[in-house]
Design a protein around this ligand. Structure first.
Ligand code: ADP
Ligand code: ASP
Ligand code: MG
Length: 405
């Protein structure tokens, strides 16, 4: 008998049939003898719709009210799932994040979990009741309802699995696991049977949407057994594992891409100490999340600095840098929203030379120009034109023979 935390959301609970399907699955798990705790996020695209509604109604959108609004999506979905379970004769009860013991800080729209006190959830399990917890929410130390941010239900599930000492945390989604690349871009993409935490973190940081990056970090830090799997076929999915130091690792395990970034270039800046510090301090003061940074070799004492940032922060980024222009003596600021990051990830990369060469040769043979390059021990990222990103993913997946397994 295992204690399982199972998370469902989006399309997996997108309509009444899907909700009944989830209830059926839970009933089957119970007949097998497992204890189940559910974490549910909003139905279909409801979170996007609520966000849009807020924009239509309000100019100011106070954080406190936004959190109350958004978490309503999860609250509705978890009550419906609990009803469907009761219909099948499975005793179930829904709980808000607050009732489930999620205490958070007061950062509205992106709250951090401070503590989980899952007493009521444990009591329910002991009484043979399936607790159905609203994901991505908690209550702040100021006693306000908080939202953990986009994808926060994955984080709720992992945190709850840790707090309950569950045997596994199962994140159900509309694909059958973590794939060697986005299956919408490469039809030959393969489901990975296992992936290491380190690899999965690099993947989620560079465009793989599932699971949410914060949940992977949390699971790694607390040693939670994670299983990413399908809410449609119910087949076994991908297990996320600790890296086994004794094993030989695949050189390249996955290819990812991310179209959500833009590039900003500050040109003609004096090449002297303190300039980069001022630019990036000012950007940080405006909460701008800079990713790749490239500084050219200087000619005649001046240089260019380019960096990438989330496209939705580009306008703020331009304003911040423009304001600094006079102070630092830069001659120009240019921006480019039409870029994409394409990455290869693999734990075996660090001990195998030639991976970068193969990546660059492959892109060059496909006529794809590389605009920026960034490396980590187990990842290589190239910035390319946005309209060439999918082609880049396809040729790299082929070149590293990821379809072969
Ligand atoms: P959900 O709707 O379940 O919250 P998303 O739609 O945000 O999840 O993300 C799931 C989608 O992510 C899948 O349908 C798949 O097309 C896409 N995806 C992209 N890259 C990968 C990958 N490497 N492995 C699995 N799925 C991926
Ligand atoms: N429903 C929220 C979102 O769409 C939280 C989640 O799904 O994890 O981001
Ligand atoms: Mg989806």
């Amino acid at each position: 008998m295992a204690l399982l935390v199972q998370k469902f959301g989006g399309t997996s609970v997108g309509d009444p049939d899907r909700i009944r399907g989830v209830a059926d699955h839970v009933a089957r798990c119970r007949r097998r003898g497992d204890q189940v705790v559910l974490v549910i996020s909003a139905m279909g695209k409801e979170t996007d719709e609520l966000l849009r509604l807020a924009v239509d109604v309000s100019k100011t959108r106070p954080g406190r009210e936004m959190d109350m609004l958004i978490t309503g999506g999860e609250r509705k979905a978890c009550a419906l799932v609990a009803m469907a379970l009761n219909d099948l004769g499975v005793p179930a009860a829904s709980f808000t994040g607050s009732q489930a013991g999620f205490i958070t800080d007061a950062t509205h729209m992106n709250a951090k979990i401070l503590e989980v006190k899952p007493d009521r959830i444990r009591e329910a399990v002991d009484q043979g009741i399936v607790p159905v917890v609203g994901g991505a929410q908690g209550v702040s130390i100021d006693r306000d309802i908080t939202f953990l941010g986009r994808g926060g239900s994955d984080t709720t599930a992992v945190a709850l699995a840790h707090a309950l000492g569950a045997d596994a945390c199962e994140l159900y989604t509309d694909v059958s696991g973590v794939f060697t690349t986005d299956p919408r871009v490469v039809s030959e993409a393969r489901k990975m049977l296992t992936v290491s935490f380190d690899e999965l973190l690099e993947m989620t940081a560079t465009g793989c949407p599932k699971p949410a990056m914060r949940s992977v970090e949390l699971a790694r830090n607390y040693d939670v057994k994670l299983h990413v799997r399908s809410a449609f076929t119910w087949e076994p999915g991908t297990w996320v594992t600790k890296e086994d130091p004794a094993m030989e690792h695949a050189i390249v395990s996955a290819v990812t891409h991310d179209m959500g970034d833009a590039k900003l270039t500050v040109s003609g800046v004096p090449d002297r100490p303190g300039i980069a510090a001022r630019i990036f301090r000012r950007l940080a003061d405006h909460d701008i999340n800079v990713d790749m940074i490239v500084q050219n070799v200087s000619a005649a004492g001046v240089t260019d600095i380019s960096f990438t940032l989330p496209a939705d922060q580009l306008a703020t980024g331009i304003a911040v840098v423009d304001e600094l222009r006079g102070e630092i003596g830069a001659t120009g600021v240019t921006s480019d929203p039409n870029i994409a990051r394409v990455s290869i990830v693999g734990a075996g990369m660090k001990s195998n030379p030639g991976v970068a060469a193969t990546m660059f040769e492959t892109l060059s043979a496909a006529g794809i120009n590389i605009e920026m390059i960034q490396t980590s021990a187990i990842r290589l990222t190239c910035v390319v034109r946005e309209d060439q990103a999918e082609r880049a993913v396809q040729v790299l997946h082929q070149a590293f023979e990821l379809h072969k397994g």
